[in-house]
Write a protein that binds this ligand. Structure first.
Ligand code: PLP
Length: 393
């Protein structure tokens, strides 16, 4: 059975060009880039190239790039650095819809006595900017707001947010894990202090990330060890993955415009067709301020997990918005923050596309999903009574 992979916000396929670039650095060129000999020196040269490629994707300077182990580490390093740099400040501003890499860290910091303001979002998932302005105080050590949401794809106005934070002397961090490589990011055009990136969301391997730190930003390292990354992140570098991530950044920069037009067209085709063919369905999240590859659709009166199981029978991979993994059957914190009604939130599915998806795959999903939803609703006594009530009214 062919796999139709529409779960690219969870992780992406390593690009063949990335894999090919990485391969020799596992076996032939395994030297330590910190070594004095030229065998290690040739790897150091390749790391410099990867740093330049990563910097170019976001309009940064190479020395503003630190390689980390993942997006979660980058988020932790940024927020913890801001707290360590301003030990007198005990307040953090963030949002209700952040990824657990920020949200759970903030909950942990709250247990240690920090005051956390989690900003609300409206029903489209957009940030309340007035509340952001009001929440920033001289006691705020950092404002950490994601660039784009992993579940809905909704984009926050980070450029405006960073201005508000800086007017009040508050350092600004953004989790750009989902936006990097999907929409243009130019660090020359805004003054974000720190920004997190994860390799496996942009066709590089898992276990590699980036923390951008603007030149001049005070930084207190989280990982203390050797002199790697100019003392800002100790530990021998994950050389093949860094080199792979550099290549992935180069590909993303080269392909962003053309490929995103194509990816967006496929996403829109899928969304329009599903809404047309499946009654009681709707998109969660703002339709304009949104990543080009993501759509989060609720199918009322069906269980997201059940939809995933039946899609799985056809080889279709996506994600659901209810967190049954926790055993709580609670809908996602993102949809709850947006006030999505219970019956809608439970039947929500996130489809996230990549440059590797094809028209045929989208047509296949458009053909199969209405049948799956009808089958599930046929099993649900509640849906049957709603359908009968609608038919007789
Ligand atoms: N932030 C966002 C918005 C994410 O979507 C993810 C992963 O899903 C992360 C952070 C964590 O990244 P990583 O898996 O590299 O730790």
């Amino acid at each position: 059975m062919k796999t139709v992979y529409l779960d690219n916000n969870a992780t992406t396929q390593v690009a063949p060009e990335v894999l090919e670039t990485m391969f020799p650095y596992f076996h032939d060129f395994y030297g330590n880039p910190s070594s004095m000999h030229s065998f290690g020196g040739q790897v150091a040269k390749k790391l410099r190239e990867a740093r330049e490629q990563a910097a170019a994707l976001i309009g940064a300077l190479p020395d503003e790039i630190i390689f980390t182990s993942c997006g979660t580490e980058s988020d932790n390093a940024a927020i913890r650095s801001a707290l360590a740099t301003h030990p007198e400040r005990r307040h953090i501003v963030t949002s209700r819809v952040e990824h657990p890499a920020v949200r759970s860290l903030c909950a942990n910091l709250a247990d240690q006595g920090y005051r956390i303001t989690e900003l609300p979002v409206d029903k489209s998932g957009l940030l309340d900017m007035e509340q952001l302005e009001r929440s920033l105080t001289p006691d705020t050590a950092v404002a950490s707001l994601m660039w784009a949401n992993n579940e809905t794809g909704v984009i926050f106005p980070v450029e405006k947010a960073v201005e508000l934070a800086h007017e009040r002397g508050v350092p600004f961090h953004t989790d750009a894990v989902q936006s990097t490589g999907k929409i243009p990011i130019d660090m020359k055009k805004n003054v974000i202090d720190m920004l997190s990136i994860s390799g496996h969301k942009l066709h590089a391997p898992k276990g590699i990330g980036i923390l951008y730190i603007r030149r001049g930003t005070r930084f207190t390292p989280f990982m203390i060890g050797g002199h790697q990354e100019k003392g800002r992140r100790g530990g021998t570098e994950n050389t093949p993955s860094i080199i792979g991530l550099g290549k992935a950044c180069e590909l993303a920069a080269r392909n962003m415009e053309t490929e995103n037009t194509r990816v967006k067209r496929l996403r829109d085709k899928l969304e329009t067709a599903l809404l047309e063919r499946i009654p009681q369905s709707r998109v969660n999240g703002d339709l304009l301020q949104r990543l080009p590859n993501t759509t989060n659709i609720s199918f009322e009166y069906v269980e997201g997990e059940a939809i995933l199981l039946l899609m799985n029978e056809y080889g279709i991979c996506a994600s659901s918005g209810s967190a049954c993994t926790s055993g709580s059957l609670q809908p996602s914190h993102v949809l709850r923050a947006m006030g999505v009604p219970f019956t809608m939130a439970h039947g929500s599915i996130r489809f996230s596309l990549s440059v590797y998806n094809t028209e045929e795959e989208i047509d296949f999903v458009i053909e199969k999903l209405p049948v799956i939803i009808e089958r599930l609703r046929g099993m649900s006594p509640f849906w049957t009574s709603v359908a009968q009530a609608c038919a007789s009214s």
